[in-house]
Design a protein around this ligand. Sequence first.
Ligand code: AMP
Ligand code: AMP
Length: 361
Amino acid sequence: MITSADMAGILQKYDTSKLAIGTLGSHSSLNIFKGAKEEGFRTVCVCKEKDAILYQKFPLVDELITVKDFTELLTEELQEKLRRLNVILIPHGSFTAYLSTQQLTDSLMVPMFGNRELLHWEADRKEQEDWLRQAGLRLPATFKSPDEIDRLVIAKLPGAKGGRGYFLANSPQAFYKKFTEMVARRLLTDEDLDKVHLQEYALGVNVYPSYFSSIIKDDVELLAMDRRYESAVDSLGKIPASQQLEIDVNPTYTVVGNFPIVLRESLLPEIIRMGDSVHKKARELAPPGIIGPFCLETVITDDLKIFTFEISARIVAGTNVGIGTSPYAYLRYGENMYMGRRIAIEIKEAAAQNRLNEIAV
Ligand code: AMP
Ligand code: AMP
């Protein structure tokens, strides 16, 4: 396991007058690179050859390193190259989608903006739930066994991509019937029965607030808010119920894009308190807590209860809707503030105050 002392050692050898911001070419990289350029950093992109066109059309990258596969990030050769370029990596969703938590915490010897220890809390569903519950957030109830189901639940499989294989049930009978059907359709296997996670289905609308936890300013800022545009679930309403029944649809949740949201203002105080307390709890569990962006995945019901079903302790792609500006970033900073730029400002301030070892631990 790489320690914060290892990171501090590498940072000490960096030429801080030539710091570069780097990331994998995907997810929220344009957001990150634009922010870095606006703050005067050099930028380094590790990308797949087929995606290089993106950085030709949006020229925000000074150093483009093409790889066959993102796992090349784990090679000593590439890491040495990144260190020579004085790169601070910004982790985003593709890091955890294409590399394991273990690989990130054990084999990535390049300074990474954020708190590595929190990656473990985030990756384990049970630990993540404990963290959020202890922070006082309202979570959907969970059920240990299908026999306990007494309300509408969503049955989730670990690692399911885009919710394929998720299904809804409102009684033990309905659960077993659906499960058998899913096995028959080869969406699930019999062995999945022990692995399925049963969570109360919060009937409401999805809201994803994004925050920035600043170690330098010792503050948590609400910067952006979005919802996802998910296929196929967002298209179900386009076909009449009778035809939905005929084709026996099951919702899947493959992200295709995001929409910006402005929230009913009376909900904001609670949203802000939630961000503060999640960071405060993280500081107890894994000091110094969250460093940089994080996002709560919530459902808000018609009685205005906010249920949180997940946390991402890193930049989420939903903040891309704010590139340039967004209402909450504007309210705090005025024009031209967004997550990628906010990250770059934090790194710049940390460098100026000789505190880089506090933001990449
Ligand atoms: P990608 O590099 O596009 O394959 O994305 C990596 C991970 O981030 C995947 O788990 C995606 O589901 C997630 N992701 C990518 N883009 C978005 C988005 N616009 N909104 C939410 N999640 C996303
Ligand atoms: P996940 O794989 O946990 O990100 O969930 C995929 C999608 O399922 C989310 O985008 C939500 O729309 C929906 N979802 C997950 N958990 C719940 C829940 N407890 N209540 C309502 N909707 C949920």
